[in-house]
Design a protein around this ligand. Sequence first.
Ligand code: SF4
Ligand code: FES
Length: 376
Amino acid sequence: MTEVSAAPIAPPWALLAELTHGCPLHCGYCSNPLELVRRSAELRTDEWADVMRQAGELGVVHTHLSGGEPLLRRDLPEIVEAADRAGIYTQLVTSGVGLTRERLTGLTDRGLRSVQLSVQHAESAASDRIAGTRSFAAKRKAAALVREAGLPLGVNVVLHRDNLDAIGALLDLALDWGAERIELANTQFYGWALVNRDRLLPGREQIDRARAVVEARREQLAGRLDVVWVVPDYIDGIAKPCMGGWGAVSLTVAPDGTVLPCPAAATLPGLGAPNVKDRSLEWSWRHSPAFHRYRGTDWMAEPCRSCPEREADLGGCRCQAYALTGDASRTDPVCRLSPDHGLVRTLVDAPVSRAALPTVPRSHPPRGAPQGPRRV
Ligand code: SF4
Ligand code: FES
């Protein structure tokens, strides 16, 4: 692996620590890769503790302890403690399944600062159906435990055609459960979500209805509930600065120690992503070819290269460009100016009866799922 020398690079603000790909849920919108890391290949406790030490030295201020379901790691308190010792703010990103008062106390005693809880739908039966397992009751209980412990609670909802019409009820649920923040994240089509894209993709009218509800209620909820709407880039035709830019704000460590600019980057061929077992986090961030590959704007081709938006959206998402065209260096096809935008328009405008399509549940190992990039 060759090294890239470069001008000084600002430290990462956040570390997404994917502690495991194991998960009790089977959501079809999951952005985890199809080739999930086996439990036996996960980093050990001492290796994660060292990742946290290095992250603190590198300047990381916030870590999302995620997965899969991070509560499956029995050593989660030790990992939280290592992050806290490194001066990093810790947030648990969880389905809530497996969270007990005892476990939460063990985590808060070691320095856990906040919890983000995933919710699939505001109605119990629909939520369980989307999650592929009974989990709604455990989520409600987990929310109560988090509030009882005095920790800030955020609710995260991945939006798609099966829950977009429940957006008002989801806002009510977040208030009722004592959340301070709700993130309404329109599905990003990577990993399992890409396999299920035809089933999950909403129509424009459904998005417009949901957006109108969010806009109408956001002001009314100001000061009580922070409402974040992650744009549906397929529908809007506007590229997003994915992850705040490649190698700009955040880095991901996968369960087996692979260091990535974003969780989906594992799918990009020839990336040569480093691993914490071989290289320091500092080297990976500052010098690895993988992190330099799409950093900044020098790598861009037209139309991005001469576009006035290039510093703002950084040409969109590299993983999406790869998923749709097989070439990660092309302009993100969601952008109206992309020569490949027709691929997205065809999907969004297709008169498909999606409700009849089956969902491929996220599973370990994957069942019946195609591998590699999908041309549309
Ligand atoms: Fe952004 Fe590139 Fe589209 Fe311009 S052409 S808006 S830089 S994605
Ligand atoms: Fe990888 Fe957008 S998900 S760059």
